[in-house]
Ligand binder design. Structure first.
Ligand code: MN
Ligand code: MN
Length: 403
């Protein structure tokens, strides 16, 4: 055995010992307590185990075979263009999502998401930076606006639109579509259509000569492509005689939040963003140690995007089934329709996430409020709770606890 090979082997053995010790120190073994589980000495991914403590050591209350309710954008294929990148989490990645698909996109300064349309409605939350969005409607009304971090946009089905990153550093945003089987590679692109119409038909359509269409771009070079940063929005607003009757833009973070002692909630649906008839959403902030209370939704399944921090969600599925998932910024979570759940901040910074629903309105039911508004004798016939629990019940809804 050569010196270098011996050195390598001893280093590897030392590494394994250190790894096992680290795993033990952080309770990264699947042993939730004395008499349960055992060490994992086999092949393993310690970083992922560390990120999923409630998968490795589920709470004793978890039970049964709930499907996976989590997917990270970090595990999604990244499609790169000359103007930025995009990746998607759809029913192909997360089959438990039966209402919604999501896309996370970056446009560099000047980068354009090509003029296009699609069958699905498009709802978007601007995560950081600035963009210019354009559209028209079926009556020839015009729409051009700049959007900033915390703003939303909504394009109804089939409405043609574009998105362009602005200075100084472009933007990143989340796109939501009201079909879990949406595919960002299956949108109607302006360059793709031009490429698939005979030049004489183009000539007839536009009333010009066919040779003007001799040099059309390859659609593969567009989709997300590089362009100069446009001038001020005022110059772009002069194209049409009138604006769309219902704006496609909404400033979500400018809304005054519902506030408790330990967090905030901002709700946007068709009541305050009238054009958004197919998507409702809540932007939720939960302080360290606090929790989005036990609740459920009676209108639709929930699709979540984690913007900041880390947390865990427990989901109750009836039939004695329950499962707990850990989340961090960049993850997607799903709560199937009507299942009970809570989301606890398990980190040291504010947990921020979006709850998105395929619905014209936001709705939730609070376990606490339900119990507070039920005759106490009836409640006690069921649960036989200590009087102090009954005294603590709240007739008002408090989305984030402690309230
Ligand atoms: Mn689109
Ligand atoms: Mn919820």
């Amino acid at each position: 055995m050569s010196f270098s090979r011996r050195t390598l082997l001893s280093a590897t053995a030392g590494g394994l010992v250190a790894t096992a010790a680290t795993a033990h120190a952080q309770n990264l073994q699947p042993q939730r307590g004395p008499g349960y589980g055992g060490a994992d000495n086999g092949p393993r991914d310690l970083m992922r185990d560390g990120q999923n403590p409630d998968i490795l050591n589920p709470p004793k209350t978890d039970h049964g075979t709930l499907p996976n309710l989590k997917f990270s954008f970090s595990d999604s294929h990244v499609r790169q263009g000359t103007g930025g990148w995009t990746r998607q989490v759809t029913a192909r990645e997360l089959p438990a999502s039966t209402d919604i698909a999501g896309v996370n996109m970056r446009l560099n300064a000047g980068g354009i998401r090509e003029l296009h349309w699609h069958k699905e409605v498009e709802w978007s939350y601007m995560i950081n930076g600035n963009a210019r969005i354009t559209a028209i409607d079926q009556d020839g009304n015009n729409f051009v606006e700049d959007v900033a971090a915390g703003d939303l946009w909504y394009f109804p089905s089939g409405i043609p639109h574009s998105i362009q990153g602005l200075g100084p550093d472009g933007c990143e945003f989340l796109l939501i579509f009201d079909d879990p089987h949406f595919d960002e590679d299956s949108t109607f692109l302006i360059s793709d259509w031009f490429k698939h119409v005979p030049p004489d038909v183009l000539a007839k359509n536009f009333g010009v000569s066919a040779d003007l269409f001799a040099k059309l771009p390859d659609p593969d070079d567009l989709y997300i492509f590089k362009a100069p940063v446009p001038g001020p929005v005022a110059g772009d607003k002069l194209r049409g005689p009138k604006a769309v009757s219902q704006t496609f833009k909404h400033q979500m973070t400018a809304q005054p939040p519902l506030r408790t002692k330990s967090g905030t909630v901002r709700i946007t649906d068709s009541k305050n963003f009238p054009v958004s008839t197919h998507i409702a959403a809540a932007l939720v902030e939960v302080e360290p140690g606090a929790m989005r209370e036990l609740h459920w939704h009676n209108n639709a399944g929930e699709w979540q995007y984690y913007l900041q921090g880390q947390g865990r969600m427990g989901v109750f599925a009836s039939s004695g089934q329950a499962r707990t998932f850990d989340f961090r910024a960049g993850d997607v979570g799903v709560v199937p329709f009507a299942m009970g759940h809570y989301i606890e901040n398990t980190g040291n910074e504010t947990l921020r996430f979006l709850e998105v629903f395929k619905s014209s309105f936001y709705a939730d039911l609070s376990l606490n409020q339900w119990m507070a508004l039920t005759p106490p004798e009836l409640l006690q016939d069921h649960l036989k709770l200590d009087q102090r629990v009954l005294d603590a019940l709240q007739k008002d809804k408090h989305a984030i606890v402690p309230a």
